[in-house]
Design a binder for this molecule. Structure first.
Ligand SMILES: Cc1cc2nc3c(=O)[nH]c(=O)nc-3n(C[C@H](O)[C@H](O)[C@H](O)COP(=O)(O)OP(=O)(O)OC[C@H]3O[C@@H](n4cnc5c(N)ncnc54)[C@H](O)[C@@H]3O)c2cc1C
Length: 304
């Protein structure tokens, strides 16, 4: 940690929004991760732009995160700046059947706002524990819904610090992928378009999907959701189960007993444990079925 850099970051984004040597296990749903040298929780577009251009001019590595629900941070942390777009950059605005949300707004909050206004179409996303930014960049989806079905446009900051708005078509959404992901853009917000519906039915659907999650997913233990992408024509969890890996454990990391698609932190898991476990799962699944599993979770400061 360099004091001069910390002072400059505080000048750009406000002292209250910058910390140093920030333990990342506090900010990831896996509850894993060493310290980031610098950590920012910007509140305005100006601050985000300022942080980005400072990193560029100083050659300081940076990483942009949302709620950390799809993220594995290495045990040695990150030598650079982690910028989190979270609830303090999470304004939600309604305009008739459109919702305009800043990147840090939680999907659950946006889905609830929609439900209370009697707007349907976003129920699928209500239980995904991510932000609008993270979900848009990942084209997050569940129960037959995907972000691309409800996004009208996305506002982004390009790596060259230009602000641009891309329509849903221009976002090139694919399975857990998007233009923004491929081109390393920062999502600042999204315009979501929904349809009028019956408030009680919308609430009922949200509750029904919540119950499905509770019954099938290991929500009582820290995880980052599905560890691997769904290979075409297969289900990752099923392949892992058929390879005899239910409950397979390395250190504190375990293939969930409840849902083999999830790796869970049984307590004290390190990123090295998770990576070693994922390598072995990939090896055995490949050996058994010939299918190559690709990680869905994003990794910083560690790799397979
Ligand atoms: C219990 C559990 C259940 C889950 N269920 C689902 C599910 O049903 N469906 C599903 O799709 N996912 C699911 N996930 C995974 C995760 O919630 C989603 O991928 C979510 O969209 C990630 O959002 P986030 O804000 O947490 O992003 P993070 O985990 O913080 O980041 C994920 C990626 O997005 C990038 N990113 C984040 N914000 C931005 C931004 N503003 N601009 C540019 N890049 C950004 C990061 O750089 C990183 O590459 C689940 C996770 C958990 C823990």
């Amino acid at each position: 940690m360099n004091q001069k850099i910390a002072d400059e970051l505080r000048r750009i984004a406000g002292a209250e929004n910058i910390t140093t040597d920030e333990p990342m296990d506090r900010h990831t749903s896996f509850r894993i991760g060493g310290p980031a040298d610098y950590f920012a929780l910007p509140q305005t577009e100006e601050q985000i732009k300022g942080l980005l251009s400072f990193c560029k001019s100083e050659g300081l590595p940076y990483f942009l995160m949302g709620n950390g629900s799809n993220l594995l941070v290495g045990d040695d942390g990150f030598r650079g700046l982690i910028i989190q777009l979270w609830k303090n950059y999470g304004r939600i605005e309604m305009r008739e059947n459109e919702i305009i949300a800043q990147a840090g707004a939680m999907l659950s909050a946006v889905a609830r706002t929609a439900a209370l206004a009697g707007l349907t179409g976003m129920e699928f996303a209500s239980g995904i524990p991510g932000t609008i930014g993270g979900a848009s960049v990942m084209n997050a989806g569940a129960y037959g819904g995907e972000m691309r079905q409800i996004i009208r446009s996305v506002t982004m900051l390009t790596p060259e610090s230009a602000i641009t708005e891309k329509s849903c078509g221009e976002m090139e959404f694919g399975y857990r992928s998007s233009y923004a992901q491929k081109h390393n853009c920062i999502i600042l917000g999204a315009r979501i378009v929904l349809s009028p519906g019956d408030k009680d039915q919308i609430m009922e659907k949200i509750e029904d999907l919540r119950m499905q999650r509770v019954s099938k997913q290991p929500l009582d233990l820290p995880s980052a959701g599905s560890t691997f992408k769904r290979p075409e024509g297969f289900f990752a969890g099923k392949l892992i189960m058929e390879a005899g890996l239910r409950g397979f454990t390395v250190g504190g990391a375990q293939v969930s007993e409840k849902h083999c698609g999830f790796v869970v932190n049984r307590g004290g898991a390190t990123a090295s444990d998770v990576c070693a476990l994922m390598r072995e799962v990939r090896r055995r699944v490949k050996e058994m079925s010939g299918v190559e599993l690709e990680p869905e979770i994003k990794m910083i400061g560690c790799s397979l």
